[in-house]
Ligand binder design. Structure first.
Ligand code: NAP
Length: 345
């Protein structure tokens, strides 16, 4: 990208959970923004958003080249179908898109990037850079530094995913259902009346298999994304992986248990030393006080918390870990802004 003092930036999906966070992070990290253009659907058009002390009005996104005239970088998170629809116009207008949706992630021509892991891929872009699935990013922040030292040949991951991973409306649903549940404290669970708009199952005081649809092989879409995208990011198509994704009643930050089988032995001490130095990772691993990663402590933070590092007693050359990371930040908005920072560096 041509070096400039400041860049014309657009955010598509500005009112969404990720969009809101991208705007905050651009401000926090003092991204050099000149013109700032915000897009949403007709629902949020006309609403204002504060950025660096000024109010910006959200425009309804129109699918034409003129919308993006003069824009250098688009940070996009409006859902995959909308990204696919507006991208050709944005590219025609000469903008570079950093897209948070699943629309382009597995396109071989599109780099799928976590800057700490494969930031070098960014320069290969042809107008679009994809931000990976949030659970994959959080898992790989812990796995990639270990894998670089000693190849992981098999990975087993189970997730405990917060509701904000399903967007702003899902956070409202957990808040509202929690209040409704407590109001009906003395009513048996099977008779409680709770409003369900986003999830088909009760999320307050419950958990369930991730809401992504189930494919023919029995895995859900989220689980398959984690596998396919991780292999692409690590450049290791042969890594054996299995995942189970679960939605839990946590507002923000995903947690994950991870089992890793290495080519050669990796000791707990070696893993701790590697992760202790890994960028974007913070060790929270105090066995004495039973203090390990928690989503509440990962919320609003940039680092992915890693702990419970121990030998897996059931398999040779294997370790177990537990991680928690804010999927709206490192799993989405922060990662996207970091990609934009590399673009202008
Ligand atoms: N939430 C996460 O943790 C996370 C992490 C990684 C990736 N992602 C991906 O990021 C995307 C957004 O997720 P989210 O959680 O931010 O969802 P969200 O809170 O539901 O926000 C989606 C936003 O997209 C906007 N939108 C919908 N239709 C549009 C249109 N025709 N034109 C312009 N904007 C439109 C909506 O605008 P209005 O408000 O105006 O209707 C809404 O603000 C999804 O593809 C998701 O898979 C999410």
């Amino acid at each position: 990208m041509k070096k400039k003092k400041a860049y014309n930036v657009a955010v598509v999906g500005a009112k969404g959970a990720v969009g809101h966070e991208m705007i905050r992070i651009l401000e926090e990290r003092k991204f050099p923004v000149k013109e700032f253009r915000l897009f949403g659907s007709a629902r949020s058009a006309g609403q204002t958003v504060k950025f660096r002390g000024e109010n910006y009005t959200i425009r309804e996104l129109k699918f034409c080249k003129e919308e993006f005239k003069g824009i250098d970088i688009i940070l996009s998170s409006p859902g995959a179908s909308i990204s696919k629809k507006f991208a050709p116009f944005a590219l025609e207008a000469g903008a570079v898109i950093v897209d948070n949706t699943s629309a382009f992630r597995m396109d071989p021509k599109v780099p799928l990037v976590v800057p700490e892991i494969n930031g070098k891929e960014i320069k290969k872009h042809r107008g679009i850079i994809a931000n990976p699935n949030c659970s994959a990013i959080i898992m790989l922040m812990a796995v990639a530094p270990l894998h670089k030292k000693n190849r992981v040949r098999r990975l087993i991951c189970s997730t405990y995913q917060s509701v904000s991973g399903a967007g702003a409306k899902a956070m409202e649903e957990l808040k509202d259902q929690t209040a409704e549940y407590l109001k009906q404290w003395n009513v048996p669970d099977s008779e409680k009346k709770l409003t369900k708009k986003v999830f088909s199952h009760q999320i307050a005081f419950n958990l369930f298999s991730h809401n992504a649809s189930i494919e023919e092989n029995g895995y859900n879409g989220e689980e398959l994304k984690m596998i396919a995208e991780s292999r692409k990011i690590l450049g290791d198509s042969k890594m054996r992986m299995t995942t189970t994704c679960i939605r839990v009643p946590v507002f923000r930050a995903h947690s994950e248990t991870i089992y890793l089988e290495f080519e050669k032995k990796m000791s707990v001490e070696e893993a701790r030393a590697i992760l202790g130095k890994a960028p974007g990772v913070k060790l929270v691993d105090d066995r004495k006080t039973n203090y390990f990663p928690m989503p509440i402590e990962a919320s609003g933070k940039d680092n992915v918390l890693v702990g419970r590092i121990r030998e897996d007693l059931s398999a040779k050359n294997s370790l177990a870990l537990f991680v928690a990371g804010d999927q709206l930040r490192k799993g989405a908005a922060l990662n996207a802004v970091q990609i934009a920072e590399v673009l202008i560096a």
